[in-house]
Ligand binder design. Structure first.
Ligand SMILES: Nc1nc2c(ncn2[C@@H]2O[C@H](COP(=O)(O)OP(=O)(O)OP(=O)(O)O)[C@@H](O)[C@H]2O)c(=O)[nH]1
Ligand SMILES: [Mg+2]
Length: 318
């Protein structure tokens, strides 16, 4: 038995030994895995726990699959885009959700506060973006449903705890878990927030973190204790860019554009895609468009395959 096992770990282990149902066993094992000191001396024990967890999950899944499965991660997309907030326990995911939306998740100074995913709407200029606060991501504890939700999301925010001594380990094991589930964080779709950066030591740790990952991902260091109004706006702008969407205002011929409600398209979409979004038949009669904004000249005539940019004003020609 390796040394340095914490009282929390021993407690969870005692609960595992006295557990009567597979659910109780699974819960205790998950807590053992969460609280076991992560070092070379415990690697074998960690592997054993993971194996037991996966065995129990499998048999649980087999029993469950006979009935209809409820998936708490299946959250209907509303607004212009859906962004998932994942990351290490206690890192500030729920704080982020409550900072940017009107949702009021439970926030507490201990890990595992959030048990099921919770959505909220972030207002960004003239659109709304849906953010979903996930339960904490834990080594070896990824649910298939969570991976499914990440595949459906338009973008992902990873919140890490800048005060954690295991910051780099936590990031590595998260990436490894994702890889094992054949999910890759794409650079354009991922923003990493290293939170709670307040002291010089945390600044220092953050610069190391940044050096390691900045080629792979967009990274920001933040603190909700000190964040300014400008930083909040620029954070919202970053999240908008993550979503990979553009806003287009349509203009009827001879009339001013309707600036009250943009059409939301994906980055890279064209005049033809806009026509289809306005009305499905419009794409067939479409000849071209006049564009204000990204075109060389204001009101320039463009072809249906013209790639639109955020905030373009477009007058469709049929
Ligand atoms: N010092 C400091 N504390 C923070 C900051 N952001 C959040 N916290 C605190 O960190 C603790 C955890 O915050 P939560 O938002 O509940 O974290 P979480 O990631 O949702 O936690 P789980 O749901 O348990 O995974 C709370 O006590 C927060 O008040 C920050 O920027 N600086
Ligand atoms: Mg939470």
């Amino acid at each position: 038995m390796p040394a340095n096992l914490t009282p929390q770990y021993r407690e969870a282990e005692a609960r595992y030994r006295s557990a009567k149902t597979p659910e109780e066993k699974l819960k205790a094992l998950e807590e053992m895995l969460a609280t076991i000191p992560k070092h070379k001396g415990t690697e074998k024990l960690q592997a054993e726990i993971k194996q037991k967890i996966s065995k129990l999950r499998k048999s649980k899944g087999e029993r469950k699959s006979k009935g209809k499965l409820f998936d708490p991660y299946l959250i209907e997309k509303v607004g212009a885009a859906q962004i998932a907030i994942i990351g290490a326990p206690n890192s500030g995911k729920s704080t982020l959700l409550s900072f940017l939306t009107r949702a009021r998740p439970e926030i507490a100074d201990y890990p595992f506060t959030t048990h099921s995913p919770l959505p909220g709407m972030m207002e960004y200029e003239d659109i709304q973006i849906q953010l979903i606060d996930f339960p904490p991501w834990l080594e070896g504890r990824i649910e298939g449903n969570a991976i499914g939700a990440l595949r459906r999301a338009d973008g992902i925010i990873v919140v890490m705890d800048g005060k954690s001594e295991r910051l780099l380990d936590e990031m590595e094991s998260l990436l490894q878990d994702l890889e094992e589930n054949k999910f890759e964080l794409e650079k354009e779709k991922t923003l990493i927030l290293v939170n709670k950066i307040e002291t010089p030591l945390e600044q220092e740790n953050f610069s190391i973190f940044k050096e390691l990952y900045e080629e792979e991902f967009a990274i920001r260091g933040i603190s909700f204790l000190t964040i300014s109004a400008e930083e909040k706006e620029s954070l919202k702008r970053d999240i908008f860019h993550l979503a990979g969407i553009i806003r287009i205002y349509s203009k009827p011929p001879g009339k001013p554009p309707d600036l009250s409600r943009p059409f939301v398209l994906k980055k890279g979409e064209t005049v033809k895609d806009l026509a289809r979004a306005i009305h499905k038949d419009l794409a067939y009669t479409l000849k071209g468009a006049r564009v204000w904004g990204s075109a060389k000249f204001e009101g320039q005539l463009v072809t249906p395959d013209y790639v639109l940019q955020d905030k373009d004003i477009v007058e469709i020609k049929t």
